[in-house]
Design a protein around this ligand. Structure first.
Ligand code: COA
Length: 157
């Protein structure tokens, strides 16, 4: 898609929240993502970006600051019809750029899509290396307490 850009990544607005909820909760029903009540998406709307392709919202992603040096990438997901069309990369790259501009040193992700994130420069880490604070959301997960997501980290240094 380089040189022939047909997408835009932008910060989400409140009017994007219903479609973000639809995308994320569609994938959550298949068990590959955490379900997110729409109220939580409104709470955290400033974390989200959306990617538009030909005027449609094709996907989303979020960056949640955890601590002075650490943020989490969450809810990276595309509409089914846009998967595999190289729109995942610009979503993650936009979130990393935002993290860097905030002065964050490291960004982690918990995911079943390890190869996708490794391909984008993330490295595997032990989940035990992540701060306890991050497990607060797990109670909402269908896989709790037998989490088999893997943790990966991107470092700017
Ligand atoms: C994860 C997801 C966003 C990735 O988007 P995508 O459109 O499939 O990926 P892209 O086409 O943008 O791929 C970006 C790069 O990663 C590579 N890649 C994608 N999936 C890969 C995989 N499983 N293994 C290795 N490389 C992969 C692509 O080849 C591409 O490489 P390039 O840019 O160097 O050519 C998408 O598959 C999705 O929405 N999945 C469902 C929701 C989900 O599982 N989200 C992750 C939870 S955090």
């Amino acid at each position: 898609m380089a040189g022939n850009k047909k997408y835009t990544v932008r910060k989400a607005g409140v009017s994007d929240v219903p479609v973000i909820s639809e995308i994320v909760n569609h994938h959550a029903r298949t068990g590959i993502m955490l379900p997110r009540p729409i109220s939580r998406i409104y709470d955290n709307v400033r974390d989200y970006v959306v990617i538009e392709s030909n005027g449609d919202i094709a996907g989303c992603g979020a960056l949640h600051v955890m601590w002075s040096d650490l943020a989490e990438i969450r809810a990276v997901a595309l509409m089914e019809e846009y998967i595999g069309k190289r729109l995942g990369r610009p979503v993650v790259e936009a979130l990393l750029k935002e993290a860097e501009s905030l002065g964050i040193e490291k960004v982690f992700v918990l995911t079943y899509k390890g190869d996708f994130f490794r391909h984008l420069g993330f490295k595997d880490v032990e989940k035990s290396e992540l701060p306890h604070k991050i497990w607060a959301d797990c109670i909402n997960c269908v896989h709790f307490p037998n989490c088999d997501e893997i943790a990966l980290m991107y470092s700017f240094k």
